[in-house]
Ligand binder design. Structure first.
Ligand SMILES: C[S@@+](CC[C@H](N)C(=O)[O-])C[C@H]1O[C@@H](n2cnc3c(N)ncnc32)[C@H](O)[C@@H]1O
Length: 210
């Protein structure tokens, strides 16, 4: 998959991922609106150019008290995120060029209050989605919000993802989708216990391309 080309979709406001981006940003904004903690931690897995998180952090008053780690394996996309963070004077943002698929990438960045798993669940096997969802409480601080996306092409996995999130202690705050065949964006809040991060665990392998 050419992830640089994929990101060009963000330049066309009618593309599915540009439409999805607006919703993801809304979910991030809602999280920040509700978060009155003096210091906020965020982490973004497979963060691409940071198009979702960085502009919202820059515009929102709570953004300046957020420390975020973005993890992206494509060097050019990671560099774009770094440049954007610098241009927006987001001093609390760290962009790691690396592999977000193992828990090692999260050491020192979690427990996080906001966890972004956007553009991931459509690119990995159902078993890996399940494994990643089961591990999410390890990434979370108490009461954390996870914002996630998944396409809804048949077979639509989103009902299962929502059920799995419930099984590991998340309550659904919102689920937005224009319908089957289009995108979905979910926001889930951890109401069950957070868990300690277990390093060295592989969560997923990119194997599909959407
Ligand atoms: C569909 S894009 C999503 C980007 C971003 N999260 C967004 O929603 O705008 C998937 C991204 O995952 C990155 N990626 C793929 N495998 C990865 C891995 N193991 N670790 C970190 N990033 C990875 C790709 O380079 C690509 O930028």
């Amino acid at each position: 998959m050419d992830w640089l080309a994929w990101h060009e979709g963000y330049n066309d406001p009618t593309s599915p991922h540009a439409r999805r981006l607006v919703v993801v940003q809304d979910h991030i904004r809602t999280f920040l609106d509700r978060c009155d903690a003096p210091s906020i931690r965020a982490v973004s897995l497979c963060s691409g150019s940071g198009a979702d998180l960085l502009p919202v952090l820059a515009e929102h008053p709570a953004g300046r008290r957020t420390r975020a780690r973005l993890i992206e394996s494509h060097p050019e996309l990671a560099e774009r995120a770094r440049v954007t963070a610098r241009e927006l004077a987001l001093e609390g943002v760290e962009v790691l060029t690396g592999d977000a698929s193992t828990t090692d990438a999260l050491v020192g960045a979690v427990p996080a209050d906001l966890v972004l798993v956007c553009g991931v669940f459509g690119n990995i096997s159902d078993d890996d989605v399940y494994r990643t969802v089961r591990a999410l409480p390890q990434l979370c601080a108490e009461g954390a919000t996870v914002v996630w996306t998944r396409h809804r092409h048949e077979p639509d996995l989103t009902p299962a993802i929502r059920e799995w999130l419930g099984e590991v202690g998340f309550a659904e705050r919102s689920f937005d989708s224009p319908g089957v065949g289009d995108y979905a964006v979910g926001s889930h809040v951890l109401v069950g216990p957070a868990r300690r991060l277990e390093p060295g665990v592989r969560l997923f392998t990119f194997s599909r391309e959407r």
